[in-house]
Design a protein. Structure first.
Length: 424
């Protein structure tokens, strides 16, 4: 099987050193006095770093003899560092993991099987999102839903009412966004958040980005139609011009068009609502995605595991790693430190304890997640090996079409071929 993604690249670069270390394992993490030291790596904001340290302190207080040392950074640099550490047999014991990478690490034998961690109070579909055919390699901390985040202040400035998101179509979305662009200094909408935007649109066509078997779940014609839709949104003034889109494809909330009050609508995960509000100074409203046919429930929203807790397969202390992951996911105490930062808690009892403690913004997000539960489509298949590369491929071809460097049909042909190679 072809290996792709950051881990594969790091393995290639460090092959000689990795072979030299084979059989040595990572440092045993035990001090001279018999205490156990674990390393825990995560990405996130300063707020997450502070909350996580409070969780670590509480865990250490309840588990004398176990010390947890944090290693953290931003999302992009995190994966490069983790790939290098893993390839050189120096992976952290506890790893905050994303669904785009879980199979890449699991299939390379880098993750600890967590099948005996208690997941009894987590929805089965959410549990399965961290499982491959070889075991459970990630336990979800919480759940998110991709939503259209609307800035009411810009809508009010434009004299445009918030849409009825239960039945609006992509044409309605275009019309509303174009009107806002025309009447204000802001853009009606930001560029799509990929690959979730494409995933949502495909689900409305009865298809998926990738299948449970690890293959692409769509055809060239589907890709061409989607790229044509994005191009039409630009031409209609619903989306910014290509020169602006290229700067706004993957920013954090504080640097995005949405967070700087330069767009009225944008695609974000529900746990990012609070950060958007803080960055913009406005109170965003989560909306359902537009649908192809305008039917109720036609948006085919899906619930995503916000992130996972995973363990290194090379840890010398698997039981202590599992104990920490159990505490992180199943403890109400940890939940009240995490709040909704790692998604609305996946553990139902923890969720019930946490919801009354949430900020106004996180309460709005939690209410939205609960409200649309009956409308959710089928759970997403576990992403295949190489899935982490699909975002960059999709963004690149969307820009090619937006800049008129390629027709939607030609871009779709090349994009599908490249995606097939990435996950094969």
């Amino acid at each position: 099987m072809k290996r792709t993604g950051p881990l594969a690249k790091a393995v290639t670069v460090l092959a000689v050193s990795a072979l030299a270390l084979t059989g040595c394992g990572s440092a045993d993490g035990a001090t001279d006095d018999g205490n156990v030291e674990l390393r825990f790596a995560w990405w996130g904001s300063d707020t997450r770093h502070q909350q996580t340290q409070e969780i670590i302190d509480a865990f250490e207080e309840q588990n004398p003899g176990i010390t947890v040392t944090g290693e953290y950074g931003d999302f992009t640099g995190y994966w490069d560092k983790l790939a290098t550490q893993t390839a050189s047999n120096d992976a952290p014991d506890i790893i905050q993991m994303d669904d785009k990478y879980i199979r890449e690490y699991a299939d390379n034998g880098a993750l600890l099987d967590l099948s005996d961690v208690d997941v009894s109070e987590i929805d089965e579909d959410v549990v399965e999102s961290g499982r491959t055919e070889d075991g459970l390699f990630g336990v979800a901390t919480g759940v998110n839903i991709m939503a259209i985040m609307a800035n009411p202040a810009i809508f009010e400035e434009a004299g445009v009412e918030l849409p009825d998101d239960s039945t609006w179509t992509w044409q309605d979305f275009s019309d509303v966004a174009a009107e806002i662009t025309e009447k204000t200094d802001a853009y009606g909408a930001s560029a799509p958040n990929e690959p979730a935007g494409f995933q949502m649109w495909l689900r409305q066509q009865g298809k998926e980005l990738t299948t449970p078997e690890g293959e692409l779940g769509f055809e060239e014609a589907d890709a061409a139609e989607y790229l044509s839709l994005q191009k039409q949104l630009v031409e209609d003034g619903a989306l910014p011009p290509a020169s602006v889109i290229t700067e706004d494809q993957n920013p954090g909330p504080d640097q995005s068009l949405a967070g700087t009050n330069q767009s009225a609508m944008s695609m974000w995960w529900t746990n990012q609502l609070s950060a958007l509000n803080s960055a913009s100074g406005n109170q965003f409203v989560p909306l359902r995605f537009p649908s192809t046919d305008g039917s109720e429930g036609g948006a085919q929203l899906f619930q995503k595991s916000a992130m996972f807790m995973s363990g290194s397969a090379r840890t010398e202390h698997p039981e202590e790693v599992k104990k920490f992951i159990d505490f992180m996911v199943n403890s109400e105490e940890a939940g009240k430190f995490n709040l909704a930062d790692r998604g609305l808690p996946a553990n139902q009892s923890v969720r019930e304890a946490v919801v009354p403690e949430l900020s106004e913004a996180d309460t709005v997000a939690a209410d939205f997640v609960e409200e649309i539960q009956p409308e959710l489509g089928d759970p997403m298949p576990v992403p295949p090996l190489g899935f982490s590369t699909l975002q960059e491929i999709l963004y690149r071809y969307e820009l090619d079409v937006a800049f008129d460097r390629s027709s939607p049909e030609d871009a779709a042909r090349s994009m599908v071929s490249e995606m097939e190679s990435a996950i094969s």
